[in-house]
Design a protein around this ligand. Structure first.
Ligand SMILES: NC(=O)c1ccc[n+]([C@@H]2O[C@H](COP(=O)([O-])OP(=O)(O)OC[C@H]3O[C@@H](n4cnc5c(N)ncnc54)[C@H](O)[C@@H]3O)[C@@H](O)[C@H]2O)c1
Length: 476
């Protein structure tokens, strides 16, 4: 889709398209909404009301959240805190039970919200997708991983969208938030709604609004992160501004779902490329015998035109290792080249192998063969302070050490055990000091992690570049 081009169908109520650039605070919301197109808003409000009345739906819930994972659960709690009645729906009974028990990974403020709301009438937790029909708005937050061959694994999102379309009722707002390729909202939500006889933009409002949450980040709560909204029509965007504006302080509206989908792909591709660049600078600095962290810190004093990215053992989590591949996959199908992104993802994917090679070299310099060496990885989470090891480079690193015959173990209080790709399960060592490793590989440093057990003679490979207290360490 070209910039500014809108999706076919879903003609807005006032019959004309407006490219809307809107940045607002909650207080300014009503004033700035006028910039959307007042007639569209009024018509939308009228139609939504009529549709609701005509369909006989007095919605029991303001918002249904489909998918209660790292993104969906904090989202549900944020909307509950904003006073909405929430239906939280997850396909996994295990996940719903864990949430009911409070046995989930949340930042402290979200944990407090869960404690106070989980038994209240305003927060339904269920596996029953038909509850979607009772909600005025539906937010889709299901995973969008990649397959072994790095192509998008879309079955989960397809199933979720099918569930939403099947249960859609007149007057509903549907918000797709899962990161995805450009045109996905059209293909998986808008067209199927039309096929069901519901007119997107009239009977049902549809937007794409990428989720930007940073799980575990206490500095930027849900309300502090601006939302981008791309509606199928201005009326759709207006409905979403009303809902999302009740839980976040700033909203930026773009002219179509495609623009919002591409916004998210740009954000995470930007990060991937810059991480690859930081890694490359780290390698260059090591060759030139310079301290890359000192160089980056110095560059970061520039108040404009520079953004700090730090090198590391690779990238993990559900975003950076996956999202750029959604774009690359789409571009391959359209025979569009993206050499810089391709190269960045290539570099990033080789980083865990580099950790193992470097550890092997350090061991060899000390006369220890990798085969049979005692290797201890510190931290297997993909980033500090989260119990999330999805796509974590540590898993590949552990597997590579294991396959090379090293006696590899790990220490991470947030992960009692991890399963390697070959099916082998390892458990976290209870007392890392007692392990007497030949080499310690620092992969993720959780807050307040105790490294005092590392003696001055222990070989240390610091893949975090952050353990400056350990003077004798080698960096990656
Ligand atoms: N985790 C992050 O840091 C992050 C940040 C920003 C955006 N995102 C994006 O948000 C989306 C969700 O990611 P996540 O990390 O929350 O995933 P997740 O794996 O933590 O959670 C997804 C939940 O959805 C449930 N689910 C799957 N299919 C379902 C269905 N058909 N109906 C109901 N529930 C279903 C799963 O059981 C799971 O509990 C992804 O597209 C991701 O790219 C993630």
């Amino acid at each position: 889709m070209k910039g500014g081009e809108h999706l076919s169908g879903g003609t807005p109520p006032d019959g004309e398209w407006t490219t809307v650039e809107l940045t607002t605070t909650r207080q300014q919301l009503s004033e700035q909404r006028a910039r959307l197109s007042l007639s569209a808003l009024e018509a939308a409000a009228g139609r939504a009301g009529e549709a609701t009345a005509a369909s006989g739906h007095a919605f029991d819930y303001d918002v249904a959240i489909l998918g209660l994972g790292y993104v969906g659960l904090p989202t549900a709690l944020a909307y509950r805190a904003a006073g909405h009645r929430i239906a939280g729906i997850d396909v996994s009974a295990q996940r719903v039970d864990a949430i009911r028990r409070g046995d989930v990974d949340l930042i402290p403020s979200d944990r407090v919200l869960l404690e106070s709301h989980r038994d209240s009438d305003g927060l339904l937790l269920t596996t029953d997708p038909s509850q979607l029909q009772r909600a005025a708005a539906v937010i889709i937050c299901v995973p969008t991983p990649v397959s072994e061959d790095l192509s998008p694994q879309l079955d989960i999102l397809r199933n979720a969208c099918l569930t939403v379309v099947t249960n859609a009722v007149t007057g509903q707002l549907i918000v797709l938030t899962s990161t995805t390729y450009v045109g996905c909202t059209e293909e998986l939500v808008v067209q199927p709604l039309r096929d069901r006889g519901l007119k997107p933009g009239e009977d049902v409002h549809v937007v794409f609004s990428p989720e930007r949450i940073d799980p575990g980040n206490v500095q930027f709560g849900h309300e502090a992160v601006p939302r981008v909204i791309g509606g199928v029509s201005p009326a759709c965007a207006a409905r979403a501004v009303d809902l999302l504006g009740s839980a976040v302080e700033q909203i930026h509206v773009v002219s179509s779902p495609g623009h919002a989908e591409m916004t998210k792909l740009l954000e995470n591709t930007f990060r991937a490329v810059n991480i690859a660049l930081a890694n490359e600078f780290a390698d260059i600095c090591r060759e030139l015998e310079l301290d890359v962290s000192a160089v980056i810190d110095a560059a970061a004093t520039k108040p404009y035109g520079f953004m700090k990215f730090t090198p590391g053992p690779g990238v993990g989590g559900h975003c950076i290792p996956c999202d750029p591949h959604y774009l690359l996959w789409q571009l391959r199908r359209q025979r569009v080249a993206a050499p810089m992104i391709t190269q960045a993802m290539h570099e990033i994917s080789h980083r865990p192998g580099r950790v193992v090679d470097r550890a092997k070299d350090l061991l060899a310099e000390n006369g220890i063969p990798l085969n049979g060496a005692r290797v201890l990885i510190v931290g297997v989470a993909y980033k500090p302070n989260v119990a999330d090891a999805r796509e974590s480079p540590a898993i590949e690193i552990l597997q590579r050490f294991w396959s090379a015959g090293a006696l590899s173990r790990y220490y991470d209080p947030l992960f009692p055990s991890v399963t390697l790709p070959d099916g082998h399960t390892l458990t976290s060592v209870a007392n890392p000091g007692a392990h007497e490793p030949d080499i310690v590989v620092l992969h993720t440093l959780h807050r307040n992690v105790d490294l005092s057990w590392i003696g001055p003679k222990t070989l240390v490979l610091d893949a975090t570049y952050a353990a400056t207290d350990i003077a004798h360490r080698s960096v990656l």
